[in-house]
Design a binder for this molecule. Sequence first.
Ligand code: 2AM
Ligand code: CA
Length: 267
Amino acid sequence: MYEIIEAIVRRAGGIILGAKHIDESVQEKSSHCDLVTKYDGMVQEYLREALLTAFPEAGFYGEEEEVHDIAGKSAYFIVDPIDGTMNFVRHAKHSCISVGLMKDGRMEYGAVYQPYTDEMFTAQRGRGAFLNGSRLKMRDVPLSESIAMFGSAIYYRDTIPATARLMQETLPLILDFRRSGSAALDICYVAAGRADVFFEACIRPWDYAAASLIAQEAGGVVSALDGTPLRYIDRCSVAVGSPSNYPELIRIAQRILQEPDMKGRIK
Ligand code: 2AM
Ligand code: CA
């Protein structure tokens, strides 16, 4: 039933691959490290039109212009047209399209597509996670055997001390860090066993909606960094891990949150 979403997302990937003169259409959003190009808008518009034609009853919650048409809808799409816009602007070829389908308050389906590598990560609730049709199974290792991916939440300056503390506390325990610039791909990489754990102190739902289901369906555990359930409205911290390393990560985050000047610095 959801193959149609996958086909739409794959077609949208063509817009990213065909992008020309990206540098000429770059604009700043909230700050000079938060960018948008005309292609972000084009991909979102294509997705909105195509997804709502296929699913006319559904609502739409998208990053660009913060389109927020979900009132009274039992099902709606949560969409990031280009996750990893800074990478896109720098021609780093590490960005993706992220489309999640929320149904009755739970993530029902997710597709994260990396057009440059033609990698399609998908998951449907209760039916497993897949990469280009092959089933994904997360590695289940303790922090001592984990590669940690993280996002720096640089757009929320008040979170910087907490991110620094998280890095300080985890680095001596893990194998190493990776920082890619696309939260959705980071989480899918954890789902695929390319890394083992992910955290970010504050991101928006379109960055993690689809990927959080992909990670769960690959055998992972996802939540906010204080251990409470992920919130799919507005903004939230994100922790992703396996049954072995997730509790260790949450214990570290909870300890940091109790430090006197850390209150409110992890969302
Ligand atoms: P983006 O490329 O869609 O903007 C990197 O830490 C992650 O943060 C990326 O997934 C990036 O998504 C996201 N990001 C960038 N600007 C953001 C903002 N203002 N709020 C939340 N997340 C943001
Ligand atoms: Ca984006």
